[in-house]
Write a protein that binds this ligand. Sequence first.
Ligand code: SF4
Length: 111
Amino acid sequence: MNVEARKRALVHFYTKVVTPLGYKFTPDEELKDFLLEQEVGLEQKHGVPFCPCQPITGERAHDMTLVCPCIPFHRAHYDYMKRCWCGLFVRQDVTDPDSLPQIPLSEVPRG
Ligand code: SF4
């Protein structure tokens, strides 16, 4: 499939998934486009759009938690950061994604 067409299809599908979770695409259009391009490549290689920022291990149960959008599997962590690990998605109230660093899970307070 044409890469640009597939990116548009992913945007359509992902929007439906992440909106009810309180997330939106990052307003950083360059980052968004870059990450989507990576995902289309991963999908062509593996059959599913794996996360471009997290290594897959070959252990299926684990790797399926890294299929985009992986927010439901990492909800407390991403809610705390107000972004997903890659930064493709941010919480809906975020306007300045550059102000949100990645925070390792080990540094997230346990509620
Ligand atoms: S960290 Fe973000 S871009 Fe990566 S799979 Fe999860 S939701 Fe997608």
